[in-house]
Design a protein around this ligand. Structure first.
Ligand SMILES: N[C@@H](CCC(=O)N[C@@H](CS)C(=O)NCC(=O)O)C(=O)O
Length: 222
């Protein structure tokens, strides 16, 4: 059985979890503390410390760089999900850079504001140290101050996606492609704490999000 190694509010982990659910296969989730990547390090033979990774029998699958989609492509091929049709490759590549850049950048900060509710006490020190080394001293408190501004920024950055969904049930096609799962993961992270809702003005996006929560590959078999 496929094993997904993750922590539950990670946007990138939500992407792969939803793809596995969409595939309709049984899989196992192993949660690790954000600050302890020993299992990932061991399984990848000291080649990777990020999440998610998946283990599928003897195969351990993980990303090669910031823009690779190795795991999603592995699952797509294994379960013939149709997430990466060749004719959509270019447009998907441009979109996922925007989704994992512009959208993720705001979403994860808004979630991290509530880190005390998410991170077990045993992991507090490692969590703060990791964030402050990457984003500077006091970053989590600064993000709290910037919360209203960041919410507005997210709403603005989501407008193109809302516009795309006026005409189609999914972002670029009549059925979900990889970018739908990618955006779903970033928004799943944003919604994870329960402190936020999707922007009221983006009504098509809200309906799409609901659709994306339950959609199954079998809904689209011809
Ligand atoms: N492009 C990668 C990004 C994965 C990623 O950034 N994961 C974060 C957690 S959300 C991580 O583990 N970063 C490394 C770290 O925290 O040390 C993917 O799609 O999996």
């Amino acid at each position: 059985m496929i094993e997904l190694i993750q922590f539950p509010w990670s946007p990138f982990c939500i992407v792969q979890r939803r793809i596995l659910e969409f595939a309709g296969v049984r899989f196992k989730i192993t949660n690790i503390p954000n600050g302890d990547r020993a299992l990932v390090w061991k399984l990848t033979k000291q080649r990777y410390y990020g999440v998610p990774i998946i283990r599928d029998g003897r195969n351990v699958v993980f990303e090669m760089n910031e823009d690779s989609q190795v795991i999603a492509k592995y699952l797509d091929e294994k379960f013939s999900l149709g997430l990466f049709p060749r004719e959509l490759e270019g447009v998907q590549s441009i979109l996922w850079r925007n989704i994992e850049g512009q959208i993720e950048d705001v979403a994860f900060r808004l979630t991290d504001i509530h880190w005390r509710e998410l991170v077990p006490v045993s992991d507090h020190l490692r969590f703060i140290r990791h964030k402050e080394r990457k984003f500077g001293r006091g970053c989590l408190d600064q993000w709290r101050v910037l919360e209203p501004e960041m919410l507005k920024q997210l709403e603005d950055r989501l407008l193109p996606y809302e516009e795309m969904l006026v005409y189609r049930p999914f972002l670029i096609d009549e059925r979900p492609r990889f970018v739908d799962f990618d955006l779903y993961g970033m928004l799943g992270d944003f919604l994870y704490t329960g402190h936020y809702k999707l922007p009221l003005a983006h009504s098509h996006l809200k309906k799409w999000y609901r659709r994306m929560t339950t959609t199954r590959h079998t809904d689209f078999c011809t």
